[in-house]
Design a protein around this ligand. Structure first.
Ligand SMILES: Cc1cc2nc3c(=O)[nH]c(=O)nc-3n(C[C@H](O)[C@H](O)[C@H](O)COP(=O)(O)OP(=O)(O)OC[C@H]3O[C@@H](n4cnc5c(N)ncnc54)[C@H](O)[C@@H]3O)c2cc1C
Length: 549
C-alpha cells in the first residue's frame, strides 16, 4: 500500500467543529476520535499524501519503502482497537529477532522474542550475562509497567496552591501504589542515569552491552554515556501491538504507510474530511481565541477548535502571530532542543544483502533486521563528532530489509533496504546538506559493505534523506524526528514546555496533538488520542458553544 492522494474533493463546510492541521498519524488519530464523538472534523495536510513521517512511498517503479519511520514498536493497542485498524487493513508481524547485531569478528547475535531462546543465544557470549539478562529483563518490565498508564493520559500539572493541583498529585500517587523504596530509586536512576553506566554495572561482555545499546538510543541526542539515556530501556518495554505485548515491535505489511492509510480510512468512515496539498499558513486568532485557519492560497476556514499536528516550533513560531502569545511561552518554545540528529538512506537492490555470519538456515524474517554498531565507545565517539557539526566517517546504521518481511514491496527478485543513520548534525560546520547529501549516502553504503559486501554492487536506486530533507519534505523543524528531543527536561509535564503539557495552549481553542506533546515521538498515536480526549472534555463543558465568528 502506498500513501495515496486523497484531496481532490472540495471542502464541504464553512464552519467545522474541529480543524486538524496536519495529517500525520497523530493528527489522523485525533481526528478519528473527534469524529467518533460526533464533531464535524476536517484534516488539512500540506503534502500530497497523508501520513507525515509514517508513510510508504514509491522510490523506483514498483518499489515501495517506509521512507522515514520503519518499525512499529509502540503503536498503542487501545488506538488499534478503538479505531478498528485491523478492519482497515493494518497487519503487523512481530520482529523476531527483535534486533540483531553483526559484530566485526563475524558473529551475528539475534535478540529473540522468546526469552529462553534469547538467554541461550546470549550464553554464547557470556553465561554470566545471560543469567543476568533474565533478572534485568524482569526488573525493567516491572518498572515499565508503572510508567505505562501515563502514556494515554495527560501528564499531571501539579500546583499545590490549588485543590486541582492536589488532585493531580493524588492521581500520580495512585499510579505508583505498591511501589517499594528500592523501585523508586531504580526509577530515578533510569530517569537521570546513562545507558552506558547501567550496562557497565550489569554486564561483563562488551557484545552484550552493545546489543542493549542497539535497541535503545534511536533518534535521541547524546551518546550512551549521556545522563537520561537509560530511560530508553523502559520506553521500549511499554506494551504495543494488537495483543498488548510488552516490548513488542513489528514489521508492518505494506510498510508504515499502512498504519496511516488505516487511520485515514477509519477516520473517513467516522465522517472525517481529509484534504491534502493544502498547507496552512496561519492560525486565525482573535481576542485570544482560535477561530480557524488561513491557507497558503489565502482562503479562510473556520473551526470552533483547532488542533495542530505540526511540531511546537512550527505551530507557535510560524503559524501564530507573536503578539498573540505570552513572551515567556514563546521563549520556552524557542528553547526546545531539536537539531537533528539522524538521517535515512533507502535503497532498492537487485539482490538480497548477504550479511556475513548469518546462518544459511535463517528464514527471510530472520534476515530482515540488522543494527550496525560495534560498541558503546564507537557510538559515543560518533555522537561527539556529530555534535560539532561533522558527518562521522564511521556511522551507526540500522538496516531493515523490509522486502524479506513483505515481498509485495518490490518486484520479484528485487529488495528494499531501508537504513537509519544515527548521529548526524542538522547544522553542518562546513558546507550544507545539499552539497553533502551524496557523501552521507556513500558513508552509509560503505558501512553496510563491511558487513554485507554484496550491497554496493547491487544498488538500483538510492534515496538519501538528510536532516534538511526531513525538514523540507516532511515538515520536521530542524529535522527532529520526535518534534523535540526525548530528554528528561522535555518530557512528561515539561513537554512541549512547562505549564502547557495538557494539550491546551495559551490560545483558547488551540490544542497541540502531535509528537511535540506528551508522551512524545514515535508512532504511538498517544499524543493524538490524548489531545482529542482533552479537547472533547472541554467541548463537553460547553467551552466552544458559540459559532466561530
Ligand atoms: C527518519 C525517521 C525514522 C523514524 N523511525 C521510527 C521508527 O522506526 N519507529 C517509530 O515508532 N518512530 C519512528 N520515527 C518517529 C516517528 O515517525 C514520529 O515521531 C511520528 O511519526 C510523529 O508523528 P506525528 O503525527 O506527531 O507528526 P508527523 O508525522 O510529523 O506529522 C505532522 C504532519 O503535519 C503536517 N504539517 C506540518 N505543517 C503543516 C501545515 N502548515 N499545514 C498542513 N500540514 C502541516 C506535516 O506535513 C505532517 O504530515 C521516525 C521518524 C523519522 C523522521
Amino acid at each position: 500500500m502506498t500513501n495515496s492522494q486523497t484531496s481532490v474533493k472540495p471542502i464541504t463546510k464553512t464552519v467545522y467543529d474541529a480543524i486538524v492541521i496536519g495529517g500525520g498519524h497523530n493528527g489522523l488519530t485525533a481526528a478519528a476520535y473527534l469524529a467518533r464523538a460526533g464533531l464535524s472534523t476536517l484534516v488539512l495536510e500540506r503534502r500530497e499524501i497523508v501520513g507525515g513521517c509514517c508513510v510508504t512511498e514509491e522510490i523506483a517503479p514498483g518499489c515501495r519503502v517506509s521512507t522515514t519511520s520503519y518499525i512499529a514498536s509502540m503503536l498503542r493497542p487501545e488506538v488499534i482497537q478503538d479505531l478498528r485498524l485491523a478492519e482497515h487493513g493494518l497487519r503487523m508481524i512481530p520482529c523476531d529477532p527483535a534486533i540483531q547485531v553483526p559484530f566485526p569478528d563475524g558473529q551475528v547475535v539475534p535478540w529473540w522474542v522468546d526469552r529462553e531462546r534469547a538467554k541461550r543465544e546470549f550464553a554464547t557470549i557470556s553465561v554470566k550475562d545471560a543469567e543476568r539478562f533474565v533478572c534485568v529483563d524482569d526488573q525493567l518490565k516491572k518498572l515499565a509497567r508503572y510508567l505505562q498508564p501515563f502514556f494515554l493520559e495527560p501528564p499531571p500539572e501539579i500546583d499545590t496552591r490549588s485543590m486541582s493541583g492536589w488532585a493531580e498529585l493524588f492521581r500520580v500517587g495512585k499510579r505508583f501504589r505498591g511501589i517499594s523504596n528500592g523501585e523508586i530509586s531504580q526509577l530515578v536512576s533510569f530517569l537521570t542515569g546513562s545507558l552506558g553506566e547501567f550496562l557497565d554495572h550489569n554486564y561483563e561482555s562488551e557484545k552484550m552491552k552493545t546489543i542493549f545499546l542497539a535497541n535503545n538510543v534511536y533518534g535521541k541526542h547524546g551518546g550512551p554515556y549521556q545522563p537520561g539515556t537509560a530511560l530508553g530501556l523502559l520506553f521500549h518495554l511499554l506494551s504495543g501491538g494488537e495483543h498488548q505485548l510488552q516490548g513488542f515491535s513489528g514489521h508492518v505489511i505494506g510498510g508504515m504507510g499502512a498504519i496511516t492509510q488505516a487511520l485515514a480510512a477509519a477516520g473517513r468512515k467516522l465522517g472525517v474530511e481529509i484534504r491534502t496539498s493544502v498547507p496552512v499558513a496561519q492560525i486565525d486568532v482573535r481576542g485570544g481565541r482560535a477561530r480557524g485557519v488561513v491557507l497558503e492560497d489565502g482562503s479562510e476556514l473556520r473551526g470552533r477548535m483547532v488542533l495542530s499536528n505540526a511540531d511546537p516550533k512550527r505551530t507557535f513560531l510560524k503559524m501564530v502571530a507573536a503578539k498573540e502569545l505570552p513572551e515567556d511561552f514563546l521563549s520556552a518554545i524557542r528553547g526546545i532542543k531539536m537539531d537533528g540528529p539522524c538521517a535515512k538512506v533507502n535503497l532498492v537492490l537487485a539482490e538480497e544483502p548477504r550479511f556475513t555470519g548469518t546462518p544459511a538456515s535463517a528464514t527471510p524474517l530472520e534476515r530482515t533486521f540488522y543494527t550496525l554498531v560495534p560498541s558503546l565507545e564507537f557510538a559515543e565517539r560518533c555522537y561527539d563528532i556529530a555534535k560539532f557539526g561533522e558527518i562521522p566517517e564511521e556511522l551507526w546504521v540500522d538496516c531493515v530489509i523490509s522486502s524479506n518481511a513483505d515481498d509485495s514491496l518490490a518486484p520479484k527478485g528485487q529488495h528494499i533496504l531501508t537504513c537509519f543513520a544515527q548521529y548526524v548534525p542538522y547544522r553542518l560546520r562546513d558546507g550544507n546538506w545539499d552539497e553533502k547529501r551524496e557523501l552521507l549516502g556513500d558513508r552509509v553504503v560503505k558501512k553496510i559493505a563491511e558487513y554485507a559486501p554484496n550491497v554496493p554492487g547491487t544498488i538500483l536506486a538510492r534515496q538519501v534523506l538528510t536532516p534538511l530533507d526531513l525538514e523540507r519534505t516532511y515538515g520536521l523543524t530542524e529535522g527532529n524526528i520526535f518534534h523535540g528531543d526525548l530528554r528528561l527536561e522535555q518530557l512528561f509535564f515539561m513537554r512541549p514546555v512547562a505549564g502547557w503539557s495538557q494539550y491546551r495552549t495559551p490560545i483558547h481553542g488551540l490544542y497541540l496533538c502531535g509528537a511535540g506533546a506528551h508522551p512524545g515521538g514515535g508512532v504511538t498515536g498517544a499524543p493524538g488520542h490524548n489531545a482529542a480526549h482533552q479537547a472533547l472534555r472541554d467541548w463537553k463543558r460547553g467551552r466552544f458553544k458559540e459559532v466561530a465568528a
